[in-house]
Design a protein around this ligand. Sequence first.
Ligand code: 0O2
Length: 267
Amino acid sequence: MEIQLWREILAPYQLAVDELVVKFNHIIRESRTRGTYSPIERVEGRVKDLSSILNKMQKKDVNMNDLEEKIKDIAGIRIICQFVEDIYRVVEIIDDRSDMRILEKKDYIKNVKNTGYRSFHLIVEYEVNTLNGPKKLPAEIQIRTLAMDFWATVEHSLHYKYQHHIPEYIQDKLINASNAIIVLDQEMSAVRDEILDAQNSFRIKANLVSDILHSLQNLYKVGNRREVLKIQEEFYKVYEQDDIELLTHFGHQLDMIAEGHGAQSLQ
Ligand code: 0O2
């Protein structure tokens, strides 16, 4: 088939990948704006490259007419989480969305593959709009922890090196590494609450500081310059004390001063 035709076939998949990456990144942004923990750490997306599509078609004996129905990972999204619990939270979030519909679920965390591979896989149906109108496409979403991702990336590259015939002694080491990662994920889950607390207070502080600086900037536009510089000095002193309660109190007081100067609604 001509390359140009392949480009046309793959274009809606690229659109699906681009849109999905934006949407999942938005979940991270939305959580952080609210000062809450994001179950998604990072998102990646890719359209399967042409040689991999051709290999899969050959392997599964799929012809061109069945391509869209039988090869479901042409659009691929990978969601990386910090903890195993977050993976199941992400599945719930996707399940609740109205812009994608889950067609298949595969839990390779509860049912680890023989290779040692662990991840949660979803096939979703997603609609894109092209010049030819709306088009529903399948997309594969792989959800895994940072540790699972490390293992899968290394193991995947070994498949390339050994053309899918990884020597047995290396396979054994990979299984050992996979088992070690199960333990690592469990240990990290055991201190998850502690880690979340630390990350949350960091984020709350960052949001508070950003709001305070924004208010100071607005006050600077409408208020007395010397007064604003004095407040700024005070802010530095409060900031140095590294106490969220003091910072919150300072923020409230600043809000009242800003309100008095009609500076709150300024952008
Ligand atoms: P690539 O190069 O990553 O795209 P399918 O083959 O997808 O139609 P299957 O076999 O049921 O059907 O799919 P499965 O098991 O859900 O796996 C699909 C994808 O998961 C693979 O895509 C890999 O990305 C990943 N995967 C599955 N098993 C392993 C494994 O043992 N090691 C690693 N590193 N990744 C795995 P592709 O097309 O094989 O490869």
